[in-house]
Every structure is written in structure tokens, then in C-alpha cells.
Design a protein around this ligand. Structure first.
Ligand SMILES: CC(C)(COP(=O)(O)OP(=O)(O)OC[C@H]1O[C@@H](n2cnc3c(N)ncnc32)[C@H](O)[C@@H]1OP(=O)(O)O)[C@@H](O)C(=O)NCCC(=O)NCCS
Length: 183
């Protein structure tokens, strides 16, 4: 299972001590603004189990980031195979979710850059994608900062939501190995 270090962060495996701060993050409506629901504690526990199992199965997944200075759980960043019902499957996506206290520090960008480096240099992937609700500008800004570009023809209605749901329209970003290593 992957453990990476950056200047300010440790990207590590899920541990039992992450469940409480993970649940607190997921219960915050500001964090979940672009998601259709705010998970209950039990739902967060199920997500924790799924992400932990995914990391064992694939060797990587959305994994916790820990702030070196404080030792605190600072959210998750990682790469994962996308659900097969998405129109651009199969692919590996990069994603992030941080507690509000850790926004505005560059942590998502720092961790995501380390993950891309690992994905291309160590795992040998050719491409990594990311997607977000069209209105989720903070997430789209992370995608741009790590060198991803929008696939203008790739926008799609998320198949898990009704077509007329306000969060249905998603944008798609991509980055290939050559573009990442050139940057
Ligand atoms: C998406 C999300 C991770 C972005 O967080 P973020 O803090 O804006 O992004 P970063 O961690 O990359 O930080 C960048 C910000 O830190 C600032 N910053 C401060 N110190 C910095 C440093 N030392 N290095 C880099 N940036 C720094 C940058 O200027 C930038 O601020 P700005 O947006 O005002 O210009 C966050 O909004 C979030 O968790 N949202 C909820 C979950 C979600 O929507 N996930 C995505 C689903 S698709």
C-alpha cells in the first residue's frame, strides 16, 4: 500500500483513528456542497471500509493526508479506478476532499501532485482523469493547478442522479504522462 511524503504532508493508509475526523468532515455541509447528500456516521464508516479495502485491492486509492506539523487528519487525496457506469470508463481518477480548516493552504494541490508523480513514474499509467460538478470551482482550480486540462467534449450528466438534478452536469479533466513530466 502506498505511503508518500511531501514537504508538509504524509499520504498514508487508512487507520481507525481517521474515522472520527473523516465523519466530522463528511458531516460538514460546506464540504459536501457539491454532493447530493451528507453522509451519516454509519455511511462514513462504510465509505472508510470501502476505501480501505480498495487500497488493499489496488495498492492505491483515495487515502488520508496527515499534516506533518500537527499529526492531524487533513482529508483524503488519491487515485482510484472510476465507476464503470461513467461514459469515459475504464480510467483512473484523481480526487480530494479536505476539512474546511485545511482549505487555502495548498494541501490538495501538494498531495495531488505527489499522487500524479506516483501514478505516472511508479505505476506507469498513461493518463489520469478527474471530474466535478460544473459549479465546483475550487475542485476545478485544483485540477488546473496540477496541470490537467478540461476535455471540452467530455462533460456528462452523472448517471447516479436524475437528469434534471442541479448537480447532474459534470465536467471532465485529463492529464497524460507526457504532459505531466514535461511540466
Ligand atoms: C476542492 C478542495 C480540496 C480545494 O481546496 P483548496 O484549499 O482550495 O485547494 P488547495 O489545497 O490546492 O489550496 C489552494 C489555495 O491555497 C492557497 N495557498 C496558501 N498557502 C499556499 C501554499 N503554501 N502553497 C500553495 N497554495 C497555498 C492558494 O493560493 C489557494 O488559494 P486560492 O484558491 O484562494 O487562490 C476543497 O475545496 C474541498 O475539499 N472541497 C470539498 C470537497 C470537494 O468538493 N471535493 C471535490 C469533489 S470533485
Amino acid at each position: 500500500m502506498i505511503r508518500l511524503e511531501t514537504e508538509r504532508l504524509i499520504l498514508r493508509r487508512w487507520e481507525e483513528r481517521d474515522v472520527a475526523p473523516f465523519a466530522a468532515m463528511n458531516a460538514d455541509a460546506r464540504v459536501m456542497e457539491y454532493f447530493p447528500a451528507t453522509p451519516t456516521f454509519e455511511e462514513t464508516r462504510a465509505i472508510f471500509d470501502r476505501l480501505s479495502a480498495g487500497a488493499i485491492e489496488h495498492g492505491f486509492h483515495f487515502q488520508p493526508i496527515e499534516e506533518k506539523a500537527s499529526g492531524q487528519f487533513a482529508g483524503f487525496v488519491g487515485i482510484a479506478p472510476i465507476p464503470l457506469n461513467l461514459p469515459f470508463a475504464p480510467a483512473v481518477e484523481i480526487g480530494w476532499r479536505l476539512p474546511v480548516a485545511f482549505w487555502g493552504k495548498g494541501y490538495a494541490t501538494e498531495a495531488a501532485t505527489a499522487w500524479l508523480d506516483h501514478a505516472f513514474q511508479k505505476l506507469g499509467l498513461d493518463e489520469v482523469v478527474s471530474f466535478a460538478v460544473e459549479a465546483n470551482q475550487p475542485s476545478r482550480a485544483v485540477m488546473s493547478r496540477i496541470g490537467m486540462t478540461q476535455d471540452i467534449d467530455g462533460s456528462f450528466l452523472h448517471p447516479s442522479l436524475p437528469k434534471d438534478h442541479p448537480l447532474a452536469l459534470h465536467v471532465l479533466y485529463r492529464i497524460g504522462r507526457t504532459a505531466f513530466t514535461r511540466a
